[in-house]
Design a protein around this ligand. Structure first.
Ligand code: PDD
Length: 287
């Protein structure tokens, strides 16, 4: 089945969808994105992603390509056309193209944003073998820019981080700045010690994860203890367990940090429980 994608108002076969070579997303990484998961053919936390998209656009003074209702309709139509039961929807908005290369932003009156959405079919996403095994992470310096709260497509360093992890025989990397863990390359980071969940508080230093917000709410409802504060990688290495959260992997147990096994080296009970609660509650609330 050929994938149908969405570009600037049109649903097209992926091979026919095009964007200008002058598009600022391509030339300048002048673009923001969202990744929304699909379970049982329904969207998980669409509202959260739509609100964060608006915030990213506002922070960069970029125009909205369409309103929330239209965005929801596009998401739903792509799920339907591509028969997605479990998977992801990728959305990207760029500042568009004024037909040349210039550092100065084009006039938003004459240059409209580019909007692209496509689906990624991932059968078995909720029950992935990776989540049952848990992830091994390494720590690397965080050399990204300082507006990580804006979900831009500047993903070269996160990609390099994943490659460094791969070369080291691990699955992912946690980023360290001024001696403290910021987050994972594409997820928020947590450790658990004596039943208490520790994670970095929200600021411009990390992405305000939609999954993070939901998981912390659910943890609180389940009477789990949460502490939002800066933490070091040494603390995390001495933890009973650890995990990450993201729309693409939900709650992912972390079983090893820099070669040090956590607990017995298998996914911990709190990460497993939170994953179950998150999947269960999110599917019930999916639209
Ligand atoms: N990444 N931190 C970073 C740096 C991220 O890139 C992501 C998401 C998160 C988690 O945010 P959320 O829970 O809203 O997905 C945290 C997406 C999934 C990606 O780039 O594919």
């Amino acid at each position: 089945m050929t994938r149908t994608v969405y570009v600037n108002g049109q649903y097209l076969p992926e091979t026919e969808a095009t964007v200008s070579i002058f598009d600022r997303g391509f030339l300048m990484a002048d673009a923001v994105y969202e990744v929304t998961s699909v379970l049982g053919g329904k969207l998980i936390d669409f509202e959260g992603h739509a609100v964060r998209l608006k915030r990213s656009l506002d922070e960069l003074e970029m125009s909205e390509p369409c309103d929330k209702d239209e965005l929801l309709e596009i998401h739903r139509k792509l799920v339907e056309l591509n028969e997605i039961d479990e998977g992801l929807i990728y959305l990207q908005v760029t500042r568009g193209s004024d037909g040349d290369r210039d550092f100065v932003f084009p006039d938003p009156e004459t240059t409209k944003p580019t909007i692209v959405l496509f689906t990624q079919n991932k059968p078995g996403l909720a029950n992935s073998p990776a989540s049952q095994k848990g992830a091994k992470v390494i720590s690397i310096p965080d050399i990204r820019w300082h507006r990580r709260d804006i979900k831009t497509v500047q993903l070269l360093y996160p990609s390099m981080g994943k490659m460094m992890a791969k070369k080291a025989g691990a699955d992912d990397a946690w980023l360290i700045e001024d001696g403290y863990v910021t987050e994972g390359t594409s997820n928020n980071a947590y450790y658990v010690k004596n039943g208490k969940i520790v994670t970095r508080p929200l600021s411009n230093d990390i992405l305000h994860g939609i999954t993070r917000k939901a998981v912390l709410r659910m943890a609180e409802e389940a009477q789990m203890e949460i502490e939002e504060r800066l933490f070091t990688i040494e603390e995390a290495k001495e933890a009973d367990e650890a995990f990450t959260t993201s729309a693409s992997a939900f709650v992912m147990p972390v079983v090893e940090i820099d070669g040090v096994a956590l607990g017995d080296g298998t996914p911990g009970p709190i990460a497993k429980r939170l994953r179950e609660i998150y999947l269960d509650e999110s599917m019930k609330a999916a639209i």
